[in-house]
Design a protein around this ligand. Structure first.
Ligand code: 4AZ
Length: 241
C-alpha cells in the first residue's frame, strides 16, 4: 500500500493474508497476496494470485496454502492460521486481460461470523464514483518490490469508469473493462495498492467493493488502481460451491 498508515485487524477482522511455504521461498512470513473473509469458511482473493499462468505451477502443488487471520504483524503469533481446503478460480477469469480476477477459497475451519464483511451488490451506492474507500494490504509501500510485515491501509476515491478507460485504453497495454473492474485512486496519485496487495480488500460504506487486481505501477498520477468489481462477482460465484 502506497501513502497509507498502519491498520489493525481488530478494526478490520476480514482482512487476511494469503500465505504458503513454497511461493516466494517462504520469505515475508510466506505472505504473497491479500484476501478477504466473506463467510466463516469462504475467502475471496484475486484469481491471478492462484492461476497457473501467474504461479507457473498448478495451485494443487502449492505447499501448505493457508490464510493468516487476526494478525496485523505477520512475524507475530496472534490470530489464527487456517488451511485452505478448496480453491475455485473463476472460470471466466482471463489472464491476458485480467477480466474476472476472482477466486474463492474454502477454509478447513470456520472463523467467527463477526469477522466477515458483506459484499457490495449491483446498484450499491458504495461503489459509485466519489465514494471514499480504504484499501488494505501487506504489499509494497514504495515501489521497491519489498513487502511489509505489518498491515497498512490507504484512502482512495472510487473514480469514474471513464478515468480508467482513458488511462488503460488497451492496444499495447491492458484494457479497463467497466463491467468487471472498478477504478480507484487519487487524482494526483500518492495513495494506491501495489505489488503484494493483490487479492486484498477495497472497502467503502462497510462493504467490500473491490479486490486489488492491477494497474500501471503504483501511486502514479494518471494511473489509478484497477480492482475486481465485487458487485459483478455474485454472478461468477453462482458456479462455486
Ligand atoms: C501487482 O503487481 C499490482 N497500483 C497490484 C496493484 C497495482 C499495481 C500492481 C495497482 O500486483
Amino acid at each position: 500500500v502506497i501513502g497509507g498508515q498502519p491498520a489493525h485487524v481488530k478494526d478490520s477482522p476480514w482482512v487476511v493474508a494469503l500465505s504458503s511455504r513454497n511461493r516466494f521461498g517462504g520469505t515475508r512470513a510466506g505472505q504473497f497476496c491479500g484476501a478477504v473473509l466473506v463467510r466463516p469458511t469462504k475467502v475471496l482473493t484475486a484469481a491471478h494470485c492462484l492461476s497457473r499462468e501467474a504461479l507457473g505451477i498448478d495451485v494443487s502443488q502449492v505447499h501448505d496454502l493457508r490464510i493468516i487471520a487476526g494478525r496485523d504483524e505477520l512475524t507475530g503469533s496472534g490470530g489464527r492460521e487456517v488451511a485452505v481446503k478448496e480453491t475455485w478460480i473463476n472460470p471466466g477469469y482471463n489472464p491476458t486481460t485480467n477480466s474476472g480476477d476472482l477466486a474463492v477459497l474454502t477454509l478447513a475451519d470456520a472463523l467467527p461470523g463477526e469477522s466477515v464483511i458483506p459484499m457490495a451488490t449491483a446498484g450499491d451506492r458504495a461503489d459509485e464514483p466519489g465514494s471514499a474507500a480504504l484499501v488494505y494490504g501487506w504489499g509494497d509501500t514504495s515501489g521497491s518490490g519489498d513487502y511489509v510485515t505489518s498491515l497498512r491501509s490507504a484512502q482512495v476515491r472510487v473514480l469514474p469508469d471513464s478515468t480508467c478507460e482513458r488511462a488503460y485504453p488497451g492496444g499495447r497495454g491492458a484494457a479497463y473493462e467497466a463491467s468487471t473492474m472498478l477504478c480507484a485512486g487519487e487524482p494526483h496519485g500518492g495513495h494506491d495498492a501495489c505489488q503484494g496487495d493483490s487479492g486484498g480488500p477495497l472497502v467503502a460504506g462497510g462493504r467490500l467493493i473491490g479486490l486489488v487486481s492491477w494497474g500501471n505501477g503504483c501511486g502514479m498520477a494518471g494511473s489509478p488502481g484497477v480492482y475486481t468489481r465485487i458487485s459483478a462477482a455474485a454472478g461468477w460465484m453462482a458456479g462455486s460451491s
